[in-house]
Design a protein around this ligand. Structure first.
Ligand code: NFK
Length: 204
């Protein structure tokens, strides 16, 4: 079974304050062309469900088309942290992370079409902890892995330093904690700082 864990893209999709709003428009209609409808989309690379390329927060970091696709396809453990204001390595106590390469944090704190005012804190210590445990992707149902007013982006940098890639803006409301197969492939946009993805989970 496929579970769609992507957020919907339309003119109501919340964007980072001040960033480019999403829009889809027909450039040519079937009426005009006599054959086809052709549309265009305008979007920030960080709207809804998306992957952050390291270049987003590091000038010399890799851009989106350079990231290996293996990161974004494969086993993923959904971890329930819905009651936590701060997510730390203690939240992984008792979980079997053997053979788990990807972790998705289910906070369920952003379930509407408004950009949130505050989000749970993700401890930068997760970076080294994930490296030790062979985890190479962190996915969150939040617009950021750092506090919204952070300038230093400590968790982004800690994850990058420890080889952990970042997937943001998931919708995990209908997902039970547990192990799944994730697919969340970024578009092959040369030089980009991120990309929207269609993210799905398949039950194993
Ligand atoms: N760093 C945040 C996003 C972020 O900071 C951001 C995203 C879109 C537009 C502007 C942003 N930040 C600062 O201007 C993140 O990717 O998690």
């Amino acid at each position: 079974m496929i579970i769609d864990i992507s957020r919907l893209l339309n003119t109501n999709t919340p964007t980072w304050p001040g960033d480019t709003p999403f829009s889809y428009q027909l450039t040519w209609s079937q009426e005009e062309t006599g054959s086809v409808n052709v549309g265009q989309i305008t979007t920030s690379c960080h709207t809804a469900t998306h992957v952050d390329a390291p270049f987003h927060f590091k000038d010399r970091g890799m851009t989106i088309e350079q990231l290996p696709l293996e990161i974004f396809v494969g086993d993923a453990l959904v971890v329930d942290v819905t009651t936590k204001g701060e997510i730390t390595i203690q939240d992984f106590d008792g979980l079997n992370l053997k053979d788990v390469r990807r972790v998705l944090l289910k906070t369920d704190t952003w379930t509407n079409d408004l950009f949130p005012e505050t989000i749970p804190i993700i401890d930068p210590e997760l970076g080294p902890f994930f490296l030790e445990n062979g985890i190479e992707l962190l996915g969150v149902d939040l617009p950021s892995v750092d506090p919204l007013d952070s300038k230093t982006l400590d968790t982004h940098h800690s994850l990058l330093k420890n080889g952990v890639h970042i997937l943001e803006g998931l919708n995990l409301t209908d997902v039970e904690p547990g192990l799944y197969r994730l697919t969340a492939l970024p578009l092959k946009v040369e030089g980009a700082d991120g990309s929207p993805v269609r993210a799905i989970l398949e039950t194993l």
